[in-house]
Design a protein around this ligand. Structure first.
Ligand code: ZN
Ligand code: ZN
Length: 276
């Protein structure tokens, strides 16, 4: 029955909780006794012969019809008081973080928990210190990363950048090395390094321009071979230039009158059309 539920000894040293065991034993005895009182009185009421047979129990068990409701009341009032009131109250005195423990062990467990917490705190502190030293090392020894970290610290006083940020900045640098400037710019933007992201994007543009001017040189060569003179009009100010064998690729980038960048795609199409 319910009295046997749960442990009645210290979870650390195994010492039994005598008070708890006695209370549970008493609860079991209480329940059995009053249940028997209820049951036998129900049985013998109006049956004198049976009552005669059970008379040997009379020293410990009274027989009369009033004991039927009395036993019933004792059970429905007494059992909840013991099982829901007294037993939990005793258990509570032995309760620790996990399971029940005796007085001495409670002290030991509390000390162990305090030690563990202290160890964890010290470990965390050491890790934080090591990380701070690592960031300071990067600031000092890595010019590019150091500059970014210092500017980040200015925007976030009394804070350290997260490890993931450092990793992604290093990734951005690798992307720059690999020529993937757009990816590098996206990574830098994530941490609000607008200027550095802008520098990456300009590198990206230069790469495109370089690629196009190579094509442009070939086109001008072909224009020269065919002896063509192709007029081209600035879309911004309307000024005209002529593309012929003497055109230099630098002269075909920006309008010399208004400074607007020529639309390289347009210009390429016009020249290609003239060459057909
Ligand atoms: Zn113990
Ligand atoms: Zn112009």
């Amino acid at each position: 029955m319910a009295a046997n539920k749960g442990k009645s000894s210290c979870s650390k040293c195994g010492k039994p909780f005598v008070g708890l065991i006695i209370t549970k034993a008493f609860a079991a005895f209480f329940a059995i006794y009053f249940f028997a009182m209820f049951f036998f009185n129900l049985l013998v009421t109006g049956d004198d012969w049976l009552r005669e047979q059970l008379s040997f129990m009379e020293p410990i068990m009274p027989f009369s019809w009033e004991y039927i409701p009395l036993a019933f009341i004792a059970l429905i009032i007494g059992m909840p008081i013991i099982m829901a009131g007294i037993v939990p109250a005793i258990e509570k005195r032995h309760r620790t973080g996990n399971g029940l423990a005796c007085k001495e062990c409670q002290g030991i467990i509390a000390r162990e928990q305090a030690d563990a917490a202290e160890m964890a705190r010290a470990k965390q502190e050491a890790q934080a210190y090591a990380y701070q030293a690592k960031i300071e090392g990067l600031e000092k020894n890595d010019p590019w990363l150091g500059k970014l970290i210092r500017s980040w610290k200015q925007d976030n006083p009394n804070q350290l950048p997260e490890e993931s940020m450092i990793d992604e900045l290093i990734m951005a640098r690798n992307m720059e090395k690999a020529g993937n400037y757009e990816k590098a710019a996206v990574l830098l933007e994530k941490y609000r390094f607008w200027e550095e992201a802008g520098r990456m994007r300009r590198l990206d543009d230069q790469q495109v321009i370089k690629h196009i001017t190579v094509d442009m040189n070939t086109l001008i060569d072909q224009v020269g071979t065919k002896g063509l003179a192709i007029p081209y009009k600035c879309s911004s100010c309307g000024a005209s230039i002529t593309i012929d064998k003497d055109s230099k690729k630098e002269g075909l980038k920006f309008c010399s009158y208004c400074g607007t960048a020529y639309n390289i795609d347009d210009m390429t199409k016009i020249i290609q059309h003239a060459l057909e």
